[in-house]
Design a protein around this ligand. Structure first.
Ligand code: PGA
Length: 257
């Protein structure tokens, strides 16, 4: 059984007080939800305050990135143990905005994944094709390379801990969602790549999230797909009501997973 994950990627939004307002709104409304793993991902400056506010609750906190060195002269970077120290349990790694604007590559993703695992943080590894890649029929090949490259040299035991997020770049923040069938096709392929680099039972347990304009109107259809195990959500995670609705997606339709 794969426990579904609903993760809010807040990107560069919310000051500390705005972040606290948001989680204080969400927390009482999702109290008692035990069958969905709930994650929020504030900016670095709000991590510790949000994690303190959520301590003992059923909402986990993720950073949006992580550096791979333990400490030293790396101005502007934040080390893995500093992320756990702030109260995080997860780290988003290799988001397409980091690949697009900050030079992230599969090699740097791999270093960050290893660094996260070394301190017990669960990596949420993001992959996805651009519009140009999709239009030229390269989606599956691109995603294969990103999954294999991001997870290279990991033990099967470590691969078993990882969450993968498939986020087609053309669907992020654009209002264009991949249809459930389009997403399912890629998720199925990602699961088979995970099986290739580990084994079938690990692949069967790996949570693969969809991301890209997920909202209350489309979450149920996406989550009903057999290989879609959750959502990584940007815009719709910034409002209490829509995030709560995503957490409370229609589980009956995906109960067979
Ligand atoms: P979006 O962002 O839901 O606003 O499209 C998703 C993401 O980038 O994680």
């Amino acid at each position: 059984m794969r426990k579904p994950v609903i993760a809010g990627n807040w990107k560069m939004h919310n000051t500390i007080s705005e972040a606290l307002d948001l989680v204080r709104g969400v927390k009482p409304q999702v109290e008692g939800v035990t069958d969905v793993e709930i994650i929020v991902s504030p900016v670095y400056t709000a991590l510790a305050s949000v994690a303190a506010e959520l301590k003992g609750s059923n909402i986990n906190v993720a950073s949006q990135n992580i550096f791979w060195e333990e400490k030293g002269a790396f101005t502007g970077e934040v080390a893995p143990n500093m992320i756990t120290d702030a109260g995080c349990t997860h780290a988003i790694i290799g988001h397409s905005e980091r690949r697009q604007y900050f030079g992230e590559t599969d090699q740097t993703v791999n270093k960050r994944v290893k660094a996260a695992l070394s301190v017990g943080l669960i990596p949420i590894v993001c992959v996805g094709e651009t519009l140009e890649e999709r239009d030229s029929g390269k989606t599956i090949a691109v995603v294969d390379v990103q999954v294999k490259g991001g997870l290279v040299e990991l033990s099967a035991e470590d691969i078993a801990k990882i969450i993968i997020a498939y986020e087609p770049v053309w669907a992020i923040g654009t209002g264009k969602t991949a249809t459930p069938d389009m997403a399912e096709e890629v998720h199925k392929q990602i699961r088979s790549v995970v099986a290739d680099i580990s084994d079938a039972s690990i692949a069967d347990g790996t949570r693969i999230l969809y991301g890209g304009s997920v909202k209350p109107e489309n979450v149920d259809d996406l989550m009903a797909q057999p290989n879609i195990d959750g959502a990584l959500v940007g815009g719709a995670a910034l409002k209490v009501d829509s995030f709560v609705r995503l957490v409370k997606f229609d589980q009956k339709r995906s109960a067979f997973k």
